[in-house]
Design a protein around this ligand. Sequence first.
Ligand SMILES: [Zn+2]
Length: 216
Amino acid sequence: MRLVLVGPPGAGKGTQAQFIASNLSIPKISTGDIFRANVSGGTELGKLAKTYMDRGDLVPDEVTIAMVRDRLGEDDAQDGFLLDGFPRNVRQAEILRDMLKDWGQALDLVLNLVVDDDEVVRRLAGRRTCGQCGRIWHVEFDDKKDDVCDACGGKLFQRDDDKEDTVRHRLEVYQEQTAPLISFYADEGILKGVDATGPVEEITQRAMEVLRPFAG
Ligand SMILES: [Zn+2]
């Protein structure tokens, strides 16, 4: 099964990607992993990407696409894959479609993790990080009432990334950038939404119910 996973920050996409890929026995291919592998492996693309990253610039689309093409060409990806973090925009989606078509392949499904903004804010803005050991606590889910780490006694703080205003801004940016991608896949007729609220295992179960009819 050839699958793309999309979802807003705070939807638990990374975790779901792992569970779903392992349930379907397909490799999870995230752009983060591909980048790290190319950079640490010292490939030509990795060296090229590093020149941009070292300058603090965004790695150009072409480099990312070339890395994805290499990765999807590997043996373990021939019978299916789960892509996480790619494509990010309609242009990349079109390139991916054409790339697969050249290989006689096509995406089976794009799974969209659906969580409403208030739920994401509740999840992320409730996080408190320990300044000493780095452990993350949640004011609601861990019933954390004081600002002391139960593991090491360090002082807890709220990361800037987790502040409500920042979270809401990230969600706006995400919706703006992703809405065209979602409609692209809706038009292609391969978009399925999954309710991504509730416990992690329940979300995986719901996702598998959607995916099973499409799995080999
Ligand atoms: Zn701690």
